[in-house]
Design a protein around this ligand. Structure first.
Ligand code: GP9
Length: 419
């Protein structure tokens, strides 16, 4: 509680009492299904290529969901595993190492542990080997009851690193059907992993010929189109089995899929044409966050600025669980937030952030900074550090506090408890 108060003080916010909070408890007691989508960026939603929707299923879902278009990645070197870690802890990942590798065996206060106290069965699904990203330490440390890794999914229908998203969801569905309720389940998709080469049989878009001259954009769109198709089939099965209506379902991208270094001139031109402006760092880090609460959400759009640390407190608010006295969390509940500064490091220098108007990065000696105006997509030219010093100081203070808190957590996961 003391640390939460310190966090609020640094942010300059006052957390409302549950009874005064927007949407507190509207999903109380429901199953929780979290879908973390590999390399999925926000610009894909509602995007059309030559008249074809890249993500038709997610587009349809938006009309029954609450959608946050201004959300950004906060992962460090642990990429996908950092995104999993943030969803389940609302703590900053480490700046110079994958958190799951350097700090994976600490005893984390976490979402699975909070939900278990409410009677939830907790499980996580990923079609890679558990050892990848040291998840064999991370998952018990986060308190998941069950983790379903590569061998569970067999060796058929591989795409890239392992079994396809269709296999992941279909095996996962079996487990959900057999689970006690309520359950908390997390799915980490993988078929849309770099370099985005998917089998021809899974390609559903007819891309114009100029995509053949690009190095990566066409493959990226095809892979994400498949991700969307597999998700559409999963959503339909959840509905058919009667699980969907009793659940709250979260969708978000884990981290960027495209960055400037991957492009040739044709890729740049293709993206500019698709987006209507040159691809910026803000486009790169912008991921979607979608919440579906069947019967409750009906296509609302919330334009508040958010980051991956904010998913946990937003979810617990909807579940009617007050975490202020039971879980240290560095994110904010996006349904009860007006101002938010999203701290980022590793992919940008320490002290970088995104707020509602700019993306800021300090210069190498931290005496000044560069800023990108999110509206005009142009650099803000003068004294950015001076202008945005309070956001910069806030982000540095929060990251420092989060690191100190993580280092204070005991190493309690013994090797005998490993799966
Ligand atoms: C590996 C998979 C991808 O298991 O989750 O991780 P990434 O390379 O994207 O961090």
């Amino acid at each position: 509680q003391e640390i939460n108060q310190k966090i609020d003080q640094i942010k300059g916010i006052t957390i409302k009492q549950p009874s005064d909070r927007n949407m507190f408890g509207v999903a109380k007691g429901r199953n929780v299904i979290v879908i973390q989508m590999e390399s999925f960026q926000n610009f894909l939603l509602n995007l059309k290529v030559d008249g074809q929707a890249v993500t038709p299923n997610l587009n349809k879902l938006l009309s029954q969901s609450l959608y946050f278009p201004h959300v950004y990645q906060q992962v460090g070197p642990g990429n996908t595993s950092d995104a999993e870690y943030m969803m389940n802890t609302s703590l900053f990942p480490q700046a110079y190492s994958a958190t799951s590798i350097s700090e994976g065996n600490r005893n984390y206060p976490s979402l699975p542990k909070v939900l278990k106290k409410q009677g939830y069965n907790t499980m996580t699904f990923h079609a890679d080997e558990l050892k990848f990203w040291n998840r064999d330490e991370l998952y018990p440390a986060l308190g998941f009851d069950h983790f379903y890794e590569k061998p569970v999914y067999g060796d058929k229908d591989n795409v890239g690193l392992g079994p396809s998203d269709d296999v992941l969801y279909s095996k996962g569905l079996d487990k959900l059907e057999k689970s006690s309720t309520p359950f908390y389940s997390m799915f980490i998709s993988m078929s849309s992993h770099h370099p985005y080469k998917i089998p021809d049989a899974k390609k559903g878009l007819k891309l114009p010929s100029q995509y053949n001259q690009g190095k990566i954009v066409g493959d990226y769109l095809e892979a994400q189109h498949y991700t969307d198709a597999a998700l559409g089939r999963f959503i339909q099965k959840l509905k058919d089995k009667g699980i969907w209506d009793h659940s709250i379902i979260l969708f978000y991208g884990d981290h960027f899929g495209l960055d400037q270094h991957m492009f040739n001139n044709q890729d740049r031109a293709l993206l500019k044409n698709l987006l209507g402006h040159s691809y910026t760092e803000a486009d790169r880090y912008n991921i979607p966050f979608i919440l579906s609460i069947p019967g409750v959400t009906h296509g609302e759009v919330n334009t508040v600025t958010g980051g991956q640390l904010d998913f946990l407190p937003t979810l617990t608010n909807l579940l009617g669980i007050n975490i202020e006295n039971q879980l240290v969390h560095f994110g904010q509940d996006l349904l009860n937030t007006t101002h938010n500064t999203i701290g980022m490091r590793y992919y940008m220098p320490q002290g970088s952030f995104i707020n509602s108007s700019i993306l800021f990065a300090p210069t190498r000696n931290f005496s000044d900074g560069t800023a990108l105006d999110l509206k005009t997509k142009r650099a803000v030219s003068h004294n950015a550090m001076q202008q945005y010093k309070s956001d910069y100081d806030q982000v540095i203070a929060l990251e420092k506090l989060s690191d100190a808190y993580v280092m204070s957590l005991p190493h309690e996961i013994k090797s005998s408890e490993k799966p």
